[in-house]
Ligand binder design. Structure first.
Ligand SMILES: C[S@@+](CC[C@H](N)C(=O)[O-])C[C@H]1O[C@@H](n2cnc3c(N)ncnc32)[C@H](O)[C@@H]1O
Length: 613
Protein backbone atom coordinates (compact mmCIF):
# COMPACT_ATOMS: atom_id res chain seq x y z
CA UNK A 1 0.00 0.00 0.00
CA UNK A 2 1.54 3.26 -0.99
CA UNK A 3 1.41 6.43 0.98
CA UNK A 4 -0.15 9.18 -1.09
CA UNK A 5 2.03 12.18 -1.52
CA UNK A 6 0.33 15.26 -0.21
CA UNK A 7 0.07 17.88 -2.90
CA UNK A 8 0.29 20.78 -0.48
CA UNK A 9 3.62 22.43 0.07
CA UNK A 10 4.01 24.08 3.40
CA UNK A 11 5.15 27.59 2.36
CA UNK A 12 2.90 29.75 4.48
CA UNK A 13 2.84 27.17 7.29
CA UNK A 14 6.65 27.34 7.50
CA UNK A 15 6.44 31.11 7.57
CA UNK A 16 4.04 30.78 10.49
CA UNK A 17 6.60 28.64 12.30
CA UNK A 18 9.32 31.23 11.68
CA UNK A 19 7.00 34.00 12.78
CA UNK A 20 6.24 32.30 16.06
CA UNK A 21 9.75 31.10 16.82
CA UNK A 22 11.17 34.57 16.05
CA UNK A 23 9.06 36.27 18.69
CA UNK A 24 11.38 38.30 20.90
CA UNK A 25 9.56 37.07 24.04
CA UNK A 26 9.70 33.38 23.14
CA UNK A 27 10.44 32.38 26.72
CA UNK A 28 7.23 33.99 27.90
CA UNK A 29 5.27 32.08 25.26
CA UNK A 30 6.81 28.71 26.06
CA UNK A 31 4.47 26.49 28.05
CA UNK A 32 1.38 28.64 27.33
CA UNK A 33 -0.97 26.98 24.82
CA UNK A 34 -3.24 30.04 24.55
CA UNK A 35 -0.30 32.29 23.65
CA UNK A 36 0.64 29.97 20.78
CA UNK A 37 -3.00 29.92 19.62
CA UNK A 38 -3.10 33.74 19.77
CA UNK A 39 0.05 33.97 17.63
CA UNK A 40 -1.48 31.62 15.06
CA UNK A 41 -4.54 33.90 14.93
CA UNK A 42 -2.32 36.95 14.60
CA UNK A 43 -0.33 35.49 11.71
CA UNK A 44 -3.21 34.00 9.76
CA UNK A 45 -5.04 37.32 9.39
CA UNK A 46 -3.61 37.83 5.88
CA UNK A 47 -3.75 34.29 4.58
CA UNK A 48 -6.04 31.37 4.61
CA UNK A 49 -5.27 28.63 7.14
CA UNK A 50 -7.25 25.43 7.57
CA UNK A 51 -7.59 25.66 11.36
CA UNK A 52 -10.90 24.90 12.97
CA UNK A 53 -10.78 28.45 14.38
CA UNK A 54 -11.93 29.99 17.65
CA UNK A 55 -15.72 29.84 17.19
CA UNK A 56 -15.97 26.22 16.12
CA UNK A 57 -13.12 25.37 18.49
CA UNK A 58 -15.32 26.56 21.35
CA UNK A 59 -18.01 24.04 20.40
CA UNK A 60 -15.43 21.24 20.79
CA UNK A 61 -13.79 22.55 23.97
CA UNK A 62 -17.29 22.76 25.52
CA UNK A 63 -17.74 19.10 24.59
CA UNK A 64 -14.39 18.24 26.18
CA UNK A 65 -15.39 20.09 29.36
CA UNK A 66 -18.60 18.08 29.43
CA UNK A 67 -17.26 14.63 28.51
CA UNK A 68 -13.83 14.83 30.16
CA UNK A 69 -12.33 12.10 27.93
CA UNK A 70 -9.23 10.26 29.06
CA UNK A 71 -8.10 9.97 25.46
CA UNK A 72 -9.15 12.12 22.56
CA UNK A 73 -8.21 11.48 18.93
CA UNK A 74 -8.25 13.83 16.00
CA UNK A 75 -7.99 13.03 12.32
CA UNK A 76 -6.17 15.92 10.61
CA UNK A 77 -3.65 17.82 12.72
CA UNK A 78 -2.44 20.40 10.16
CA UNK A 79 -0.10 22.80 12.03
CA UNK A 80 -1.42 21.78 15.42
CA UNK A 81 -3.97 24.50 16.18
CA UNK A 82 -6.71 22.08 17.24
CA UNK A 83 -4.20 19.71 18.85
CA UNK A 84 -3.00 22.55 21.08
CA UNK A 85 -6.46 23.99 21.77
CA UNK A 86 -8.16 20.65 22.43
CA UNK A 87 -5.07 18.94 23.91
CA UNK A 88 -4.91 21.66 26.57
CA UNK A 89 -8.64 21.23 27.29
CA UNK A 90 -8.33 17.45 27.63
CA UNK A 91 -5.33 17.84 29.95
CA UNK A 92 -7.11 20.51 32.00
CA UNK A 93 -10.04 18.10 32.40
CA UNK A 94 -7.86 15.36 33.84
CA UNK A 95 -7.31 13.45 30.56
CA UNK A 96 -4.28 11.34 29.77
CA UNK A 97 -3.43 11.88 26.12
CA UNK A 98 -4.37 13.43 22.83
CA UNK A 99 -3.62 11.60 19.59
CA UNK A 100 -3.45 13.65 16.41
CA UNK A 101 -3.15 11.95 13.01
CA UNK A 102 -1.59 13.84 10.10
CA UNK A 103 -0.79 12.82 6.54
CA UNK A 104 1.58 15.58 5.55
CA UNK A 105 5.09 15.25 7.02
CA UNK A 106 5.81 18.99 6.85
CA UNK A 107 2.60 19.87 8.67
CA UNK A 108 3.28 17.14 11.24
CA UNK A 109 6.79 18.52 11.82
CA UNK A 110 5.53 22.10 12.19
CA UNK A 111 2.77 20.93 14.53
CA UNK A 112 5.30 19.05 16.64
CA UNK A 113 7.34 22.21 17.13
CA UNK A 114 4.31 24.29 18.05
CA UNK A 115 3.01 21.62 20.42
CA UNK A 116 6.43 21.54 22.04
CA UNK A 117 6.41 25.33 22.42
CA UNK A 118 2.93 25.16 23.94
CA UNK A 119 4.29 22.79 26.58
CA UNK A 120 2.14 19.88 25.44
CA UNK A 121 4.86 17.58 24.11
CA UNK A 122 4.29 14.91 26.74
CA UNK A 123 0.54 15.02 26.26
CA UNK A 124 -0.15 15.46 22.54
CA UNK A 125 1.14 12.72 20.30
CA UNK A 126 1.25 13.54 16.59
CA UNK A 127 1.19 10.43 14.45
CA UNK A 128 2.39 10.90 10.91
CA UNK A 129 0.73 8.89 8.15
CA UNK A 130 -2.62 8.45 6.48
CA UNK A 131 -5.39 8.14 9.02
CA UNK A 132 -6.66 4.71 7.97
CA UNK A 133 -3.21 3.14 8.36
CA UNK A 134 -2.56 4.88 11.68
CA UNK A 135 -6.01 4.03 13.05
CA UNK A 136 -5.64 0.41 11.96
CA UNK A 137 -2.33 0.17 13.80
CA UNK A 138 -3.72 1.79 16.95
CA UNK A 139 -6.80 -0.44 16.92
CA UNK A 140 -5.11 -3.75 16.11
CA UNK A 141 -2.22 -3.20 18.53
CA UNK A 142 -4.72 -2.69 21.34
CA UNK A 143 -3.32 0.77 21.99
CA UNK A 144 -6.73 2.22 21.25
CA UNK A 145 -9.57 0.15 22.63
CA UNK A 146 -12.45 2.57 22.49
CA UNK A 147 -13.22 5.96 21.05
CA UNK A 148 -14.29 8.42 23.70
CA UNK A 149 -14.16 11.62 21.67
CA UNK A 150 -13.08 11.69 18.02
CA UNK A 151 -12.57 14.98 16.18
CA UNK A 152 -12.81 14.40 12.42
CA UNK A 153 -11.26 17.17 10.34
CA UNK A 154 -9.19 15.60 7.55
CA UNK A 155 -9.92 14.26 4.06
CA UNK A 156 -13.70 14.60 3.64
CA UNK A 157 -14.29 11.31 1.75
CA UNK A 158 -12.39 9.45 4.50
CA UNK A 159 -14.76 10.59 7.30
CA UNK A 160 -17.10 7.65 6.73
CA UNK A 161 -14.49 5.00 5.90
CA UNK A 162 -12.39 5.86 8.97
CA UNK A 163 -15.49 5.76 11.15
CA UNK A 164 -16.36 2.32 9.75
CA UNK A 165 -12.82 1.20 10.54
CA UNK A 166 -13.32 2.17 14.19
CA UNK A 167 -16.73 0.47 14.19
CA UNK A 168 -15.26 -2.69 12.69
CA UNK A 169 -12.77 -3.06 15.53
CA UNK A 170 -15.44 -2.46 18.15
CA UNK A 171 -14.01 0.89 19.24
CA UNK A 172 -17.31 2.74 18.86
CA UNK A 173 -19.20 1.97 22.02
CA UNK A 174 -22.26 3.48 23.70
CA UNK A 175 -21.22 6.96 24.73
CA UNK A 176 -18.58 7.41 22.01
CA UNK A 177 -18.82 10.95 20.64
CA UNK A 178 -17.80 12.09 17.16
CA UNK A 179 -17.29 15.76 16.36
CA UNK A 180 -17.00 16.26 12.60
CA UNK A 181 -16.07 19.59 11.06
CA UNK A 182 -17.05 20.95 7.64
CA UNK A 183 -20.02 18.66 7.14
CA UNK A 184 -22.10 21.56 5.83
CA UNK A 185 -19.38 23.69 4.22
CA UNK A 186 -17.80 22.50 2.00
CA UNK A 187 -20.13 19.63 2.87
CA UNK A 188 -20.00 15.91 3.42
CA UNK A 189 -23.36 14.40 2.37
CA UNK A 190 -22.20 10.73 2.55
CA UNK A 191 -21.01 11.13 6.15
CA UNK A 192 -24.20 12.89 7.25
CA UNK A 193 -26.28 10.27 5.50
CA UNK A 194 -24.35 7.46 7.17
CA UNK A 195 -24.57 8.73 10.74
CA UNK A 196 -28.23 9.63 10.26
CA UNK A 197 -29.28 6.28 8.70
CA UNK A 198 -31.41 3.84 10.62
CA UNK A 199 -30.09 0.40 11.52
CA UNK A 200 -32.38 -1.06 8.83
CA UNK A 201 -31.01 1.27 6.19
CA UNK A 202 -27.44 0.48 7.18
CA UNK A 203 -28.09 -3.25 7.22
CA UNK A 204 -29.57 -2.97 3.76
CA UNK A 205 -26.61 -0.99 2.48
CA UNK A 206 -24.16 -3.40 4.12
CA UNK A 207 -25.60 -6.28 2.06
CA UNK A 208 -23.76 -5.05 -1.00
CA UNK A 209 -20.48 -5.28 0.93
CA UNK A 210 -17.66 -2.75 1.21
CA UNK A 211 -17.45 -0.24 -1.60
CA UNK A 212 -13.65 -0.25 -2.06
CA UNK A 213 -13.73 3.38 -3.06
CA UNK A 214 -14.61 6.64 -1.39
CA UNK A 215 -18.17 7.84 -1.69
CA UNK A 216 -17.76 11.42 -2.89
CA UNK A 217 -21.39 12.15 -3.73
CA UNK A 218 -22.19 15.82 -3.45
CA UNK A 219 -18.62 16.89 -2.76
CA UNK A 220 -16.85 19.57 -4.74
CA UNK A 221 -14.05 18.42 -7.04
CA UNK A 222 -11.53 20.45 -5.05
CA UNK A 223 -12.59 18.69 -1.85
CA UNK A 224 -12.23 15.27 -3.45
CA UNK A 225 -8.79 16.07 -4.81
CA UNK A 226 -7.38 17.89 -1.82
CA UNK A 227 -4.57 16.28 0.16
CA UNK A 228 -4.53 13.11 -1.96
CA UNK A 229 -4.55 12.28 -5.64
CA UNK A 230 -7.96 11.97 -7.24
CA UNK A 231 -7.56 8.21 -7.67
CA UNK A 232 -6.91 7.56 -3.99
CA UNK A 233 -8.84 4.69 -2.45
CA UNK A 234 -9.34 3.64 1.18
CA UNK A 235 -6.79 1.10 2.38
CA UNK A 236 -9.37 -1.12 4.07
CA UNK A 237 -12.83 -2.18 2.96
CA UNK A 238 -14.97 -2.47 6.07
CA UNK A 239 -18.73 -2.24 6.12
CA UNK A 240 -18.60 -1.04 9.73
CA UNK A 241 -21.20 -2.03 12.25
CA UNK A 242 -24.69 -1.38 10.88
CA UNK A 243 -26.23 -2.09 14.27
CA UNK A 244 -24.94 1.10 15.82
CA UNK A 245 -27.28 4.05 16.20
CA UNK A 246 -25.95 7.58 16.31
CA UNK A 247 -27.65 10.62 17.64
CA UNK A 248 -26.76 13.34 15.20
CA UNK A 249 -26.74 16.96 16.24
CA UNK A 250 -25.73 19.97 14.24
CA UNK A 251 -23.73 22.41 16.35
CA UNK A 252 -23.45 25.90 14.96
CA UNK A 253 -20.79 27.97 16.68
CA UNK A 254 -22.33 30.24 19.27
CA UNK A 255 -23.61 33.40 17.71
CA UNK A 256 -23.25 32.26 14.09
CA UNK A 257 -25.40 34.87 12.50
CA UNK A 258 -26.70 34.18 9.01
CA UNK A 259 -27.87 36.72 6.44
CA UNK A 260 -30.37 36.25 3.63
CA UNK A 261 -29.11 37.70 0.38
CA UNK A 262 -31.17 39.07 -2.50
CA UNK A 263 -29.41 39.61 -5.82
CA UNK A 264 -30.68 42.28 -8.21
CA UNK A 265 -29.96 41.35 -11.82
CA UNK A 266 -29.13 37.98 -13.31
CA UNK A 267 -26.47 38.73 -15.88
CA UNK A 268 -22.74 38.13 -16.14
CA UNK A 269 -21.87 39.98 -12.94
CA UNK A 270 -24.43 38.14 -10.78
CA UNK A 271 -23.63 34.71 -12.20
CA UNK A 272 -19.85 35.02 -12.32
CA UNK A 273 -18.79 37.46 -9.62
CA UNK A 274 -21.40 37.30 -6.90
CA UNK A 275 -23.51 34.15 -6.61
CA UNK A 276 -20.57 31.67 -6.61
CA UNK A 277 -18.89 33.59 -3.80
CA UNK A 278 -22.03 34.15 -1.75
CA UNK A 279 -22.51 30.38 -1.85
CA UNK A 280 -19.00 29.86 -0.45
CA UNK A 281 -19.70 31.71 2.77
CA UNK A 282 -21.70 29.73 5.36
CA UNK A 283 -23.18 32.84 6.96
CA UNK A 284 -24.71 34.02 3.67
CA UNK A 285 -27.81 32.36 2.22
CA UNK A 286 -28.76 33.00 -1.38
CA UNK A 287 -32.41 33.80 -0.76
CA UNK A 288 -33.79 35.70 -3.76
CA UNK A 289 -32.93 36.88 -7.26
CA UNK A 290 -34.51 39.68 -9.29
CA UNK A 291 -34.59 38.74 -12.97
CA UNK A 292 -36.71 41.05 -15.08
CA UNK A 293 -37.27 38.75 -18.03
CA UNK A 294 -36.36 35.09 -17.54
CA UNK A 295 -35.84 33.15 -20.76
CA UNK A 296 -36.15 29.50 -21.61
CA UNK A 297 -32.37 28.99 -21.38
CA UNK A 298 -31.64 31.70 -18.85
CA UNK A 299 -33.83 31.42 -15.80
CA UNK A 300 -32.63 32.08 -12.26
CA UNK A 301 -35.50 30.03 -10.84
CA UNK A 302 -34.38 26.95 -12.75
CA UNK A 303 -30.70 27.51 -12.02
CA UNK A 304 -31.31 27.96 -8.28
CA UNK A 305 -34.23 25.84 -7.16
CA UNK A 306 -35.64 26.97 -3.85
CA UNK A 307 -34.36 30.53 -4.26
CA UNK A 308 -37.16 33.10 -4.49
CA UNK A 309 -37.60 34.81 -7.82
CA UNK A 310 -38.81 38.37 -8.32
CA UNK A 311 -39.35 40.52 -11.41
CA UNK A 312 -38.64 43.88 -9.77
CA UNK A 313 -36.41 45.22 -7.01
CA UNK A 314 -39.42 47.07 -5.58
CA UNK A 315 -41.11 43.73 -4.89
CA UNK A 316 -37.98 42.06 -3.58
CA UNK A 317 -37.04 44.72 -1.02
CA UNK A 318 -40.51 44.35 0.53
CA UNK A 319 -39.55 40.85 1.67
CA UNK A 320 -38.68 41.27 5.35
CA UNK A 321 -36.53 38.12 5.35
CA UNK A 322 -33.88 39.75 3.15
CA UNK A 323 -30.93 41.26 4.99
CA UNK A 324 -28.46 42.09 2.22
CA UNK A 325 -29.14 43.24 -1.34
CA UNK A 326 -26.50 42.92 -4.03
CA UNK A 327 -26.96 45.28 -6.97
CA UNK A 328 -25.48 43.88 -10.18
CA UNK A 329 -27.33 45.96 -12.79
CA UNK A 330 -25.78 48.60 -15.09
CA UNK A 331 -24.10 51.60 -13.40
CA UNK A 332 -26.71 54.14 -14.48
CA UNK A 333 -29.25 52.24 -12.35
CA UNK A 334 -27.06 51.92 -9.23
CA UNK A 335 -28.26 55.06 -7.50
CA UNK A 336 -31.96 54.23 -7.75
CA UNK A 337 -31.49 50.54 -6.89
CA UNK A 338 -29.21 51.18 -3.89
CA UNK A 339 -31.55 53.88 -2.59
CA UNK A 340 -34.53 51.57 -2.84
CA UNK A 341 -32.78 48.81 -0.92
CA UNK A 342 -31.26 51.05 1.74
CA UNK A 343 -34.55 52.82 2.39
CA UNK A 344 -36.23 49.43 2.72
CA UNK A 345 -33.77 48.72 5.55
CA UNK A 346 -31.38 46.40 3.72
CA UNK A 347 -27.59 46.34 3.76
CA UNK A 348 -26.27 46.88 0.24
CA UNK A 349 -23.38 45.62 -1.86
CA UNK A 350 -23.19 47.63 -5.08
CA UNK A 351 -21.28 46.38 -8.10
CA UNK A 352 -18.55 48.77 -9.31
CA UNK A 353 -18.47 51.44 -10.67
CA UNK A 354 -20.33 52.70 -7.62
CA UNK A 355 -22.21 55.61 -9.21
CA UNK A 356 -21.71 57.86 -12.25
CA UNK A 357 -21.17 60.93 -10.02
CA UNK A 358 -19.68 61.84 -6.65
CA UNK A 359 -22.93 63.59 -5.80
CA UNK A 360 -24.88 60.35 -6.12
CA UNK A 361 -22.24 58.51 -4.11
CA UNK A 362 -22.47 61.11 -1.32
CA UNK A 363 -26.27 60.91 -1.33
CA UNK A 364 -26.20 57.12 -1.01
CA UNK A 365 -23.65 57.27 1.81
CA UNK A 366 -25.98 59.69 3.63
CA UNK A 367 -29.03 57.44 2.99
CA UNK A 368 -27.14 54.43 4.35
CA UNK A 369 -26.17 56.39 7.44
CA UNK A 370 -29.69 57.64 8.00
CA UNK A 371 -31.06 54.10 7.75
CA UNK A 372 -28.23 52.71 9.83
CA UNK A 373 -27.32 50.21 7.09
CA UNK A 374 -23.99 49.13 5.63
CA UNK A 375 -23.14 50.21 2.10
CA UNK A 376 -20.30 48.35 0.40
CA UNK A 377 -19.00 48.45 -3.17
CA UNK A 378 -17.69 45.39 -4.97
CA UNK A 379 -14.03 46.35 -5.44
CA UNK A 380 -13.17 42.67 -5.74
CA UNK A 381 -9.80 43.20 -7.41
CA UNK A 382 -8.30 44.03 -4.04
CA UNK A 383 -8.21 40.22 -3.82
CA UNK A 384 -6.48 39.61 -7.16
CA UNK A 385 -3.55 37.30 -6.49
CA UNK A 386 -1.09 39.51 -8.38
CA UNK A 387 -2.20 42.63 -6.53
CA UNK A 388 -1.92 40.85 -3.16
CA UNK A 389 1.58 39.71 -4.19
CA UNK A 390 2.59 43.23 -5.20
CA UNK A 391 1.11 44.69 -2.02
CA UNK A 392 3.23 42.35 0.07
CA UNK A 393 6.38 43.46 -1.77
CA UNK A 394 5.50 47.13 -1.28
CA UNK A 395 4.60 46.68 2.38
CA UNK A 396 7.63 44.59 3.30
CA UNK A 397 9.95 47.17 1.75
CA UNK A 398 11.35 44.93 -1.03
CA UNK A 399 10.89 47.79 -3.52
CA UNK A 400 11.98 50.62 -1.20
CA UNK A 401 10.41 54.03 -1.80
CA UNK A 402 8.03 53.73 -4.75
CA UNK A 403 8.79 56.20 -7.51
CA UNK A 404 6.66 54.77 -10.35
CA UNK A 405 3.60 52.54 -10.13
CA UNK A 406 2.35 51.53 -13.55
CA UNK A 407 -0.83 49.50 -13.75
CA UNK A 408 -2.48 48.25 -16.95
CA UNK A 409 -5.66 46.64 -18.21
CA UNK A 410 -4.86 46.36 -21.91
CA UNK A 411 -6.45 44.21 -24.57
CA UNK A 412 -6.29 44.00 -28.34
CA UNK A 413 -9.83 44.56 -29.57
CA UNK A 414 -9.34 47.20 -32.27
CA UNK A 415 -12.72 46.62 -33.97
CA UNK A 416 -15.67 48.61 -32.81
CA UNK A 417 -18.25 46.37 -31.08
CA UNK A 418 -21.45 45.77 -33.08
CA UNK A 419 -23.95 48.55 -32.54
CA UNK A 420 -26.62 46.03 -31.50
CA UNK A 421 -24.41 44.67 -28.73
CA UNK A 422 -26.55 44.78 -25.61
CA UNK A 423 -23.67 45.12 -23.21
CA UNK A 424 -23.74 48.36 -21.25
CA UNK A 425 -19.96 48.12 -21.32
CA UNK A 426 -19.98 49.25 -24.95
CA UNK A 427 -22.63 51.90 -24.65
CA UNK A 428 -22.48 55.56 -23.84
CA UNK A 429 -24.39 55.71 -20.57
CA UNK A 430 -23.73 57.58 -17.33
CA UNK A 431 -21.11 55.53 -15.50
CA UNK A 432 -20.17 53.74 -18.73
CA UNK A 433 -16.81 53.88 -20.60
CA UNK A 434 -13.48 52.22 -19.86
CA UNK A 435 -12.49 54.66 -17.15
CA UNK A 436 -15.60 53.75 -15.13
CA UNK A 437 -15.48 50.07 -15.96
CA UNK A 438 -11.77 49.18 -15.73
CA UNK A 439 -10.48 52.44 -14.26
CA UNK A 440 -12.39 51.84 -11.02
CA UNK A 441 -10.37 48.65 -10.50
CA UNK A 442 -6.98 50.13 -11.30
CA UNK A 443 -7.54 53.33 -9.34
CA UNK A 444 -9.09 51.55 -6.38
CA UNK A 445 -6.08 49.22 -6.13
CA UNK A 446 -3.64 52.17 -6.32
CA UNK A 447 -5.49 54.17 -3.67
CA UNK A 448 -5.94 51.08 -1.49
CA UNK A 449 -2.17 50.52 -1.55
CA UNK A 450 -0.73 54.05 -1.74
CA UNK A 451 -3.48 56.32 -0.45
CA UNK A 452 -5.04 59.34 -2.18
CA UNK A 453 -2.88 61.36 -4.59
CA UNK A 454 -2.44 65.14 -4.55
CA UNK A 455 -3.18 65.80 -8.22
CA UNK A 456 -4.66 64.06 -11.26
CA UNK A 457 -4.04 64.26 -15.00
CA UNK A 458 -6.28 62.36 -17.41
CA UNK A 459 -6.20 61.45 -21.10
CA UNK A 460 -9.45 59.75 -22.01
CA UNK A 461 -10.79 58.81 -25.40
CA UNK A 462 -10.87 56.11 -28.00
CA UNK A 463 -7.86 54.20 -29.32
CA UNK A 464 -9.93 52.65 -32.13
CA UNK A 465 -9.77 54.00 -35.68
CA UNK A 466 -13.55 53.77 -36.01
CA UNK A 467 -15.65 54.86 -33.08
CA UNK A 468 -19.09 55.87 -34.26
CA UNK A 469 -20.70 55.58 -30.81
CA UNK A 470 -18.15 57.93 -29.13
CA UNK A 471 -17.67 55.28 -26.45
CA UNK A 472 -14.46 56.08 -24.55
CA UNK A 473 -12.63 52.77 -24.74
CA UNK A 474 -9.18 53.80 -23.48
CA UNK A 475 -7.51 56.00 -20.91
CA UNK A 476 -4.28 57.01 -19.27
CA UNK A 477 -4.54 58.58 -15.83
CA UNK A 478 -1.62 59.98 -13.89
CA UNK A 479 -1.88 60.24 -10.11
CA UNK A 480 0.74 62.58 -8.63
CA UNK A 481 1.55 61.96 -4.98
CA UNK A 482 2.88 64.50 -2.51
CA UNK A 483 5.91 62.29 -1.83
CA UNK A 484 6.82 62.18 -5.51
CA UNK A 485 5.32 58.79 -6.34
CA UNK A 486 3.72 58.76 -9.78
CA UNK A 487 0.96 56.30 -10.65
CA UNK A 488 0.18 55.62 -14.30
CA UNK A 489 -3.09 53.75 -14.79
CA UNK A 490 -3.77 52.70 -18.35
CA UNK A 491 -6.31 50.72 -20.31
CA UNK A 492 -6.48 50.41 -24.05
CA UNK A 493 -8.15 48.26 -26.66
CA UNK A 494 -5.29 48.52 -29.14
CA UNK A 495 -2.44 46.48 -27.74
CA UNK A 496 -1.24 43.73 -30.07
CA UNK A 497 0.88 41.94 -27.48
CA UNK A 498 1.35 38.30 -26.84
CA UNK A 499 1.70 38.99 -23.12
CA UNK A 500 -0.03 42.10 -21.78
CA UNK A 501 1.86 44.09 -19.16
CA UNK A 502 -0.06 44.24 -15.88
CA UNK A 503 2.21 45.90 -13.30
CA UNK A 504 5.53 47.63 -13.49
CA UNK A 505 6.36 49.14 -10.11
CA UNK A 506 9.74 50.69 -9.44
CA UNK A 507 11.25 51.83 -6.18
CA UNK A 508 14.75 52.77 -5.07
CA UNK A 509 15.44 49.17 -3.93
CA UNK A 510 13.67 47.05 -6.49
CA UNK A 511 11.46 46.81 -9.51
CA UNK A 512 8.51 44.43 -9.90
CA UNK A 513 7.22 43.57 -13.34
CA UNK A 514 4.29 41.29 -14.01
CA UNK A 515 2.39 40.29 -17.12
CA UNK A 516 -1.14 38.84 -17.48
CA UNK A 517 -4.35 39.72 -15.72
CA UNK A 518 -5.31 37.85 -12.56
CA UNK A 519 -6.60 34.40 -13.45
CA UNK A 520 -9.84 34.34 -11.44
CA UNK A 521 -12.09 36.04 -14.00
CA UNK A 522 -10.95 33.76 -16.83
CA UNK A 523 -11.40 30.71 -14.64
CA UNK A 524 -14.90 31.77 -13.63
CA UNK A 525 -15.80 32.35 -17.28
CA UNK A 526 -14.50 28.86 -18.07
CA UNK A 527 -16.75 27.39 -15.39
CA UNK A 528 -14.04 26.85 -12.76
CA UNK A 529 -15.68 27.73 -9.49
CA UNK A 530 -14.18 28.97 -6.20
CA UNK A 531 -14.49 25.52 -4.67
CA UNK A 532 -12.64 23.83 -7.54
CA UNK A 533 -9.04 22.71 -7.25
CA UNK A 534 -6.60 25.28 -8.55
CA UNK A 535 -9.10 28.14 -8.46
CA UNK A 536 -7.24 31.44 -8.07
CA UNK A 537 -3.82 29.83 -8.35
CA UNK A 538 -1.64 31.31 -11.00
CA UNK A 539 0.49 28.97 -13.12
CA UNK A 540 4.21 29.52 -12.52
CA UNK A 541 4.85 30.75 -16.08
CA UNK A 542 2.76 33.81 -15.23
CA UNK A 543 4.67 34.76 -12.08
CA UNK A 544 6.14 38.25 -11.86
CA UNK A 545 9.81 39.17 -11.49
CA UNK A 546 11.58 41.26 -8.90
CA UNK A 547 14.81 42.96 -9.92
CA UNK A 548 17.12 44.32 -7.24
CA UNK A 549 20.61 45.75 -7.43
CA UNK A 550 23.17 43.50 -5.82
CA UNK A 551 26.87 44.35 -5.86
CA UNK A 552 26.09 47.07 -8.37
CA UNK A 553 24.36 44.71 -10.81
CA UNK A 554 20.65 44.08 -11.47
CA UNK A 555 19.62 40.64 -10.24
CA UNK A 556 16.26 39.24 -11.28
CA UNK A 557 14.26 36.70 -9.30
CA UNK A 558 10.89 35.14 -9.95
CA UNK A 559 8.26 36.03 -7.33
CA UNK A 560 5.66 33.26 -6.98
CA UNK A 561 2.18 34.74 -6.98
CA UNK A 562 0.60 34.22 -3.58
CA UNK A 563 -2.20 31.80 -3.09
CA UNK A 564 -4.96 34.38 -2.73
CA UNK A 565 -7.82 34.27 -0.30
CA UNK A 566 -9.80 34.79 -3.60
CA UNK A 567 -12.86 36.97 -4.08
CA UNK A 568 -14.60 34.85 -1.43
CA UNK A 569 -12.66 36.96 1.06
CA UNK A 570 -14.75 39.96 0.01
CA UNK A 571 -17.88 38.26 1.27
CA UNK A 572 -16.20 36.81 4.34
CA UNK A 573 -15.12 40.31 5.27
CA UNK A 574 -18.61 41.62 4.59
CA UNK A 575 -20.03 39.13 7.08
CA UNK A 576 -17.49 40.15 9.71
CA UNK A 577 -18.45 43.78 9.17
CA UNK A 578 -22.17 42.99 9.40
CA UNK A 579 -21.40 41.21 12.66
CA UNK A 580 -19.71 44.39 13.87
CA UNK A 581 -16.30 42.73 13.85
CA UNK A 582 -14.39 44.79 11.34
CA UNK A 583 -14.34 47.14 8.41
CA UNK A 584 -16.34 46.64 5.22
CA UNK A 585 -14.34 44.98 2.44
CA UNK A 586 -14.69 48.23 0.44
CA UNK A 587 -16.96 50.93 1.78
CA UNK A 588 -19.15 53.35 -0.12
CA UNK A 589 -16.93 56.14 1.21
CA UNK A 590 -13.80 54.52 -0.24
CA UNK A 591 -15.48 53.87 -3.58
CA UNK A 592 -16.68 57.48 -3.60
CA UNK A 593 -13.02 58.63 -3.64
CA UNK A 594 -12.41 56.55 -6.75
CA UNK A 595 -15.43 58.11 -8.48
CA UNK A 596 -14.05 61.53 -7.52
CA UNK A 597 -10.69 60.66 -9.13
CA UNK A 598 -12.54 59.57 -12.28
CA UNK A 599 -14.43 62.84 -12.41
CA UNK A 600 -11.19 64.76 -12.01
CA UNK A 601 -9.48 62.66 -14.70
CA UNK A 602 -12.37 63.35 -17.08
CA UNK A 603 -12.28 67.05 -16.37
CA UNK A 604 -8.50 67.08 -16.77
CA UNK A 605 -8.85 65.29 -20.09
CA UNK A 606 -11.45 67.80 -21.25
CA UNK A 607 -9.58 70.89 -20.14
CA UNK A 608 -5.99 69.73 -20.65
CA UNK A 609 -5.12 70.69 -17.06
CA UNK A 610 -3.72 68.81 -14.09
CA UNK A 611 -6.17 69.12 -11.19
CA UNK A 612 -5.76 69.09 -7.42
CA UNK A 613 -7.66 66.41 -5.50
C1 LIG B 1 -8.57 20.98 7.92
S1 LIG B 1 -6.95 20.50 8.23
C2 LIG B 1 -6.96 20.12 9.93
C3 LIG B 1 -7.02 21.32 10.80
C4 LIG B 1 -6.77 21.05 12.24
N1 LIG B 1 -7.68 20.05 12.77
C5 LIG B 1 -6.94 22.33 13.02
O1 LIG B 1 -8.09 22.69 13.32
O2 LIG B 1 -5.95 22.98 13.31
C6 LIG B 1 -6.89 18.92 7.48
C7 LIG B 1 -5.59 18.20 7.69
O3 LIG B 1 -5.84 16.83 7.44
C8 LIG B 1 -4.70 16.27 6.83
N2 LIG B 1 -5.15 15.05 6.14
C9 LIG B 1 -5.82 14.95 4.98
N3 LIG B 1 -6.08 13.69 4.68
C10 LIG B 1 -5.58 12.95 5.69
C11 LIG B 1 -5.52 11.56 5.95
N4 LIG B 1 -6.05 10.68 5.12
N5 LIG B 1 -4.91 11.19 7.07
C12 LIG B 1 -4.38 12.07 7.94
N6 LIG B 1 -4.40 13.39 7.73
C13 LIG B 1 -4.99 13.82 6.63
C14 LIG B 1 -4.22 17.36 5.90
O4 LIG B 1 -2.86 17.19 5.54
C15 LIG B 1 -4.48 18.60 6.73
O5 LIG B 1 -3.34 18.96 7.42
Amino acid sequence: MSLPVSSTNAGKELKLLHYIYRQPNLDEIRGHPQKVIDLIHEFEKDSLFMNVGAEKGKVVTNLIDELKPKTMIELGCYVGYSAILFGEAVRRNGGERYLSLELNPEFAAIANMLVELAGLRDFVCIIFGRSDLSLHKLLTSGELKKVELLFIDHYKPAYTTDLKLCEHFGAIVPGSVLAADNVLYPGNPPYLEYVRSTVEQKREAAKSGPSQSYNTTGMAERTVESFVGKDDVPTFDFVGNPNLVYQSQLCQPEGLQTYNVGVVGYGFSAKIFHIPFVKEVPELKLYAIVQRTPKQDDDAEKDHPGVKSFRTTEEMVQDPAIDVVIITTAPDSHFAQCKLALEAGKHVVCEKPFTPTTQEADDLIAIAKKNNKQLAVFQNRRWDADFVTLSKLVKNGSLGRISEYETHFDRHRPEEPASDSHKWKNKVIPGGSAIYDLGTHLLDQAVHLLGLPARVTGFIGSARAANTSSYEDSFTVLLHYANGTMVTAKATVVSPEDEQLRFWVRGDKGSFKKYHLDIQEDQLKAGIMPQDKGYGREPSERYGALTTIQNGKPVKEVVPTVEPPTYTEYYRKLVRALNGEGELPASGAEAREVIRLIELARESSRTGRTLGV
